[in-house]
Design a binder for this molecule. Sequence first.
Ligand code: OGA
Ligand code: MN
Length: 355
Amino acid sequence: MAAIVECREDGFRKIFKFYKRRSPPPNFSDVFDFSKPTTSDKVVQVKMDPQAVSDGDAARVGLQPARDWRVFNLKGYPGFIFINNPFLRGSQAYWVRQCLKTYPRKPNVCNLDMHMSPGDTQDIWAKSVCNLSRSGGKREPKTLLERLRWVTLGYHYNWNSKTYSPNHYTPFPAELRLLSHQIAAACGFPGFSAEAGILNYYRSDSSLGIHVDESELDHSCPLLSFSFGQSAIFLLGGTQRHDPPTAMYMHSGDLMVMSGQSRLLYHAVPRIVPAPQEVAVVEPSSWGSDQQECVSPEDWAVCSEYIQSSRINVTVRQVLGQSQSFPETTLEEEHQAEGEDRSKRRKGGYSPQQT
Ligand code: OGA
Ligand code: MN
């Protein structure tokens, strides 16, 4: 009996540790893989409303026509939507380049700003590429790109206070807003507005602790999550911290939408795993619309080397409900939050950690 109680209490942590374990490596046979045919009665394939997103709008952001997407629900998780890589062949390269070259630039905020001056983190890409070409194969100190862990967009997330502030906002990237809008609309949320983004950069030994995303002020809005590069084991739990989770792969190009009753479920990423050969051809192709410049061969060389050992996760959030505004926070409160011990953020288990 005692054993059962203990097992229940630690249900999520136990499974998290199981998948994180290096030696002996865990058995992955219970991990759902939506890129493969399944016989599980927990997985339900669903169709998108073909009217919600036009083929032209989808193509403009690098997506296949919505009627061709392979979309799944999971029994027991109402509102959780998994979209198996809906990107057009060759279009992922554009998003990878945006995540590595464009989004870390000022005025966006990244982990390196915590201990470097804005001048030094102004253009992480340019500095890293410059160092890469100079190294001539010698072992050099890690580039800034290799040290990048997170970037925030729009309403910048304050990791200490776990809040978004109306006073710290920079324009949300238009093309990522459009991509998010199309996906949300296809999933039945035409009013979704991308207001905040958190990009996580995982190395092969990174993990993301068990958490709920509840800092947004309106939880009726979905949370979108994109994955590029190496694969991840994603654990989707319940409303209680200890509820045992379901494990699934997230491969490059895959999308998750957490909405409805699944919006506030505990989740975590215990492990990064090598991308299977057969999924996600991410190389750039002739795809590229008016708005989206093609990825140059020089840029792609840097991006492809990066994603050979790393994973990029982009989460897009709507912070405020329709006609909702931020509660009155005094400046004093905000300063207090700023001044708190920064190590608290690391313990929060929110951004990817190295092991
Ligand atoms: C997050 C998150 C999951 C992932 O950033 O809040 O849960 O797949 N990311 O990396
Ligand atoms: Mn999360």
